[in-house]
Write a protein that binds this ligand. Structure first.
Ligand SMILES: [Zn+2]
Ligand SMILES: [Zn+2]
Length: 104
């Protein structure tokens, strides 16, 4: 029950959150009706954490499985990939390393 409706602080502002709170996807121009449950949250912690901005997005604008384990919006997903590399890099191909020759 505790997750249905609660208050969080985001960017210094208190907002209502929880899956009982209806809202609109926060992506610019998107009018998809969603709720402020954890399933629509960018990041893992309401209000934002080290990976997510704490925004709420619809299924089209929340990317799941980029290696973080939770959904991220486009901006945070891009930032995560920039910091940690593409998820496909898992295999690693040590045999095809090329060395750049500087100067010379
Ligand atoms: Zn985000
Ligand atoms: Zn959306």
């Amino acid at each position: 029950m505790g997750y249905m409706h609660y208050e969080i602080t985001r960017n210094g502002e208190t907002i209502q959150a929880g899956y009982g709170v209806e809202t609109i996807c926060e992506e610019d121009g998107c009018t998809e009706q969603i709720d402020r449950g954890l399933g629509c949250l960018c990041g893992e912690t309401p209000g934002g954490d080290e990976h997510g901005c704490g925004g709420y997005f619809c299924g089209k604008h929340l990317f799941i499985g980029s290696g973080v384990g939770e959904g991220l919006c486009k901006r945070c997903d891009d930032r995560y990939e920039a910091e940690h590399g593409e998820p496909e890099d898992f295999e690693g191909d040590a045999m095809t390393v090329t060395f750049a020759h500087n100067g010379g």
